[in-house]
Design a protein around this ligand. Structure first.
Ligand code: UDP
Length: 502
């Protein structure tokens, strides 16, 4: 291959916004360093990444890149697996049956992937961990696969320990509160049994997890939307103790200065009003409440959350999505007095329905705390904005992220969520008083420890921004990754040989 040609990287994101958004950000980050990027995805998901891609290409037109668009989107049809037209995202699945069809579609995307690889032969593939087949598919084309899991190195290390040692298996079945230690990590990490995947209760989930872990180990390396200073001990652990190649290139959200152009073709009609409302509020006085794109809460949980926000005495902006979104449903959960609180007359709070400009909100000086489900993007976005968190994990990597936030980084307070459960299952209802207490412990004046939490969060925010600047750790990691991929053009890579010999 011509060594003068820019590197070409193919990105294959999982079909949910929480993975598409950081992949688009990462492509913009790489494109700004002269890499040609292609994102392969389906029509509905292309619309999610398009605003960030258009923005990056506009930047390239204005910059020194000679005007060539830096990022392409290779739009391929969503496989016909019996889902209704337009249902192409993990956020749109209404039943277990739909989920099964969606998983099938994920497998079927191998066909367009193979076609792209044969035609374009990129230098590397950044493939989401959910596409387990991509490790062999990329190897068949002689292309290194970099895995992206949409999580941090801390959570990844916890998952690795969990899969390797399976400590839940040794716990008494009947005690959901039993302590489970994760061996081999730099800190003592102890979870409750109920906060972890139970291999006996969820054998399919567990098997998929093991398959992903195996595919990740056979990959060339792993890219993280994170930065070295955030989880230093775990980067060391990952690279040295586990012997993995890892590049930390985040926080990728800062690839674009246009925070509004992320994740959705259309912002909520409430967005402008919300930003104006924040302008009128005192510094650090507003709690921002949002649980990402996949988590939904029962009416009983919504009711207690509304009570908790009221009792906390803080101002708040609450992004309401899912079934609670429609006005009919609000009758089921809105406690007495809450409509007045969010009326112009009460002026304590604001609700947003639809897509909120989360990065703009978190970086607004009026925001002093973030009530979050601990999705990795939300976690990193809060860290980068220097905003402390009230943590309320539900499933996936969220309980591990909570450990990092509360116990390792000490930039948050937990509401005490105990049960790892999907949206289709019941969650314990957390009382309004508990929620209010956690919000006050992060944002309140004179609350014990609150000052220290806020100070730490602000310090981390400065480090996050520094990581992407020239000479910063993530800036350097991007450079190292580019160098490694460039060097492969001229050498036979031992990794490729190993893959076939082991
Ligand atoms: N997000 C947003 N506006 C919304 C809802 C979500 O900008 O109204 C973005 C948020 O900033 C983050 C992503 O969507 O980048 C959600 O990812 P996360 O990992 O936090 O949670 P998930 O949705 O994957 O559970």
């Amino acid at each position: 291959m011509d060594e003068q040609q820019p590197l070409h990287i193919l990105f294959l994101p999982f079909l949910v916004p929480g993975h598409l958004i950081p992949i688009a950000d990462m492509a913009a980050l790489f494109a700004a360093r002269g890499v040609r990027c292609t994102i392969l995805t389906t029509p509905v998901n292309a619309a999610v990444v398009r605003p960030a891609v258009d923005r990056a290409n506009d930047d390239a037109l204005r910059g020194d890149a000679g005007g060539a668009p830096a990022i392409d989107i290779a739009v391929v049809p969503f496989p016909d697996v019996g889902l209704p037209p337009g249902v192409e995202s993990g956020t749109a699945l209404a039943s277990e049956e739909d989920r099964g069809k969606f998983v099938h579609a994920i497998q079927r995307l191998r066909e367009p992937f193979d076609r792209f690889m044969a035609e374009h032969h990129p230098d590397a593939v950044v493939a989401d961990g959910f596409f387990t087949w991509s490790v062999d598919a990329a190897a068949e084309h002689g292309v290194p696969r970099l895995v992206f899991l949409g999580t941090g190195v801390f959570a990844r290390s916890c998952q690795e320990s969990m899969v390797r040692h399976n400590p839940v298996e040794a716990c008494p079945d009947d005690d959901p509160d039993a302590a489970v230690s994760l061996p081999g990590l730099p800190h003592r990490v102890e979870m409750r049994r109920s906060q972890m995947i139970d291999p006996k209760k969820r054998p399919d989930h567990w098997a998929y997890f093991k398959m992903m872990n195996d595919a990740d180990q056979r990959s060339y390396g792993e890219v993280f939307n994170s930065f070295h200073e955030l989880e230093t001990d775990y980067v060391e652990h990952y690279r040295t103790a586990l012997g993995r190649r890892a590049w930390l290139v985040g926080p990728a959200a800062f690839a674009s200065k246009d925070f509004a152009a992320r994740g959705a073709a259309e912002l909520s009609p409430d967005a402008d009003g919300c930003l104006r409302w924040l302008d009128a509020k005192p510094h650090g006085s507003v709690a921002y409440v949002s649980f990402g794109t996949l988590s939904s809460f029962s009416p009983a949980e919504m009711r207690e959350l509304a009570r908790g926000l009221d009792l906390s005495g803080m101002n708040f902006v609450w992004v309401i999505n899912g079934t609670a979104d429609d006005t009919d449903a609000s009758g089921q959960w809105m406690p007495e007095g809450f409509p007045e609180l969010i009326s112009p007359h009460g002026d304590r709070g604001l609700t947003i329905r639809g897509w909120a400009p989360q990065m703009l909100i978190l970086n607004h000086p009026a925001v002093g705390g973030f009530v979050t489900h601990c999705g990795w993007n939300s976690t990193l976005e809060a860290v980068s904005a220097g905003v402390p968190m009230v943590t309320w994990p539900r499933y996936a990597d969220q309980f591990f992220n909570e450990k990092l936030i509360v116990e390792v980084l000490k930039v948050g307070v937990s509401v005490g969520s105990k049960d790892f459960a999907s949206n289709l299952e019941n969650h314990q209802v957390i009382g309004g008083e508990v929620i209010a207490g956690a919000v006050r412990r992060v944002m309140g004046d004179g609350e014990e420890g609150a000052e220290a939490i806020r100070k730490k969060a602000a310090e981390l925010g400065v480090k996050a921004r520094g990581a992407l600047e020239k000479g910063g750790s993530s800036h350097d990691d991007v450079g190292r990754l580019m160098d490694a991929l460039m060097a492969r053009r001229t050498s036979v890579d031992i990794w490729y040989v190993e893959l076939y010999l082991t």
